[in-house]
Write a protein that binds this ligand. Structure first.
Ligand code: GDP
Ligand code: GDP
Lengths: 291, 291
């Protein structure tokens, strides 16, 4: 039972911290497997020009893979986090999305090959089941890079944008920012993962699903630090302590963290895997066969 | 009596809010004068390629100028804020610093010309007296763009880097971030504005000057919102209200805002103008005469 989560965003947006908070693990202590491909050459800014082909800039983006086996909902889950350090960190981020798109495609290809083999039941599903895209909390708009990346990835991968480090914005600023972001995404027909609604769902369940979708992009906060739970001094909770107050990661008045955790882990993990298999992979497969 | 302040940083880092907070004014309501030069053509990302010359990328950065007459320390002051919208906001930020360097140079040239005229006493000093550079509060390091810009500007302009929206970082994270930033700047010999120490200064004054320098880059917070002063309900103070607490802009436990205001306005305004005239402009002038 695998779950493969792609995390994309500029350095310093709290990606590592959020993954640790979501899965209650420490991912920073694992050694990453670096995917060896074109973009993993030791290119720095001066080298980039030497690597130019007709497509232009060779992006300085690596693909890093870390796996852990967890128990989630009583089930053994192999969680793999795919990170893309370097994305958006150079002065010139042209084509920064290419190594990431290549990674998604190569995992589709890998599955395509394995489907054609004799011993299919032994296939581990390495396809990307969801992409968490971290948006800088400027309060203004999605950047050109945000829009370019999202438009390139939403048809290959379940896209879940999040507003990183959203504690920087007041509730009012979050509202304004979210509605502007959604408008920009709509204008470009960029599709986000939508929790499916089933015929047999009751009203309550339907409302929860709808709310999960309406609240995107999730304004999230994560933390590697713990304090005593003010309501239960025997428990520890993740928090960020400031001179002016304490932000509690799991407090729904403080951020949408619990909504993201519900979507990603507690309620829709299976739906994310299914949409990958039945819709996104099938689209990839038919496009490939047509060519 | 003029003070010309250049503000540079990506969109959404709170530049407008900080200027309003520093000078207790509303700069967003003034119409900006746009400087008409090469980079002011309506270039968007697709056009950029058409404008390439041997130097490569034509940056999509404008220069905007806004002026207000204020009373500071009982003196009439013409404050001019020079902004560079578009800086760092494109997918490719190569050469984004060029329009800004051009602006500094053209103001030096303007002063050079006016020095050669008959009626010199009527000359208004339009040279850039200080540059506030806004660093994204990632908590990690200065970005390649930060370093490139700072190394290009520090010999032309009094450089004062600030950590924008620093309320996103805990006190501990600010300490780590500041020492990494200073190390990176030292490694490249990037010089920041240093409050001068005079022979007749007493020990107290010397300590204040040294502290102002050691605390750079200033971890700042600004706000356009006001609340009642908890200590004096007849007064209003700038603040940011969150579900978990209230950040007070002028509270020195909450940010270095008051230190920046001391440096920029209350104590070293004259020193900034003098260093521009006696050191930075003189260097520019001699280099120009040599050529
Ligand atoms: N204010 C705030 N800071 C955060 C949050 N998450 C992480 N940080 C801090 O941001 C810095 C960078 O976090 P990190 O997880 O390493 O970011 P990454 O480079 O995207 O992996 C660290 O100092 C974290 O403590 C958050 O939700 N809010
Ligand atoms: N957390 C935080 N937010 C700020 C701060 N200063 C401004 N903001 C908010 O950040 C957003 C962008 O601010 P603005 O001044 O327009 O940024 P600019 O694009 O750099 O001029 C607005 O929603 C501001 O209220 C700050 O010091 N801390």
């Amino acid at each position: 039972f695998t779950f493969n989560l792609l995390c994309v965003g500029k350095s310093g947006l709290g990606k590592t911290t959020l993954i640790n908070s979501l899965f209650n693990e420490d991912f920073s202590s694992i050694d990453a497997n670096n995917v060896v491909n074109n973009s993993n050459q030791e290119t720095d800014i001066t080298n980039t020009n030497n690597n130019q082909d007709d497509e232009g800039v060779q992006p300085n983006v690596k693909i890093e893979v870390k796996s852990k086996t967890l128990i989630e909902n009583g089930v053994k889950l192999k969680l793999t986090v795919i990170d893309a350090p370097g994305f958006g960190d150079s002065i010139d981020s042209t084509n920064a999305w290419d190594p990431i798109i290549d990674e998604i495609n190569s995992r589709f290809d890998q599955y395509l090959d394995s489907e054609n083999r004799v011993n299919r039941s032994a296939t581990e599903d390495n396809r990307i089941h969801a992409c968490l895209y971290f948006v800088e909390p400027t309060g203004h708009f999605l950047t050109p890079l945000d829009l370019e990346f999202c438009s390139k990835i939403h048809e290959k991968c379940n896209l879940i944008p999040v507003i990183a480090k959203s504690d920087i914005l007041t509730d009012e600023e979050i509202e304004t920012f979210k509605s502007r972001i959604k408008k920009q995404l709509d204008e470009r027909n960029i599709q986000l993962f939508e929790p499916p609604i089933y015929k047999l769902d009751d009203g309550e369940t339907i409302n929860v699903s709808k709310k999960l979708y309406e609240m995107m992009p999730y304004a999230i906060v994560g933390s590697n630090d713990f304090i005593k739970d003010p309501n239960d001094s025997n428990k520890l909770i993740r928090a960020r302590e400031y001179p002016w107050g304490v932000i509690e990661v799991e407090n729904s008045n403080h951020s949408d963290f619990t909504l993201l955790r519900d979507l990603l882990i507690k309620q829709y993990l299976e739906e994310l895997r299914e949409r990958t298999a039945n819709v996104l992979y099938e689209n990839y497969r038919s496009e490939k066969l047509i060519k």
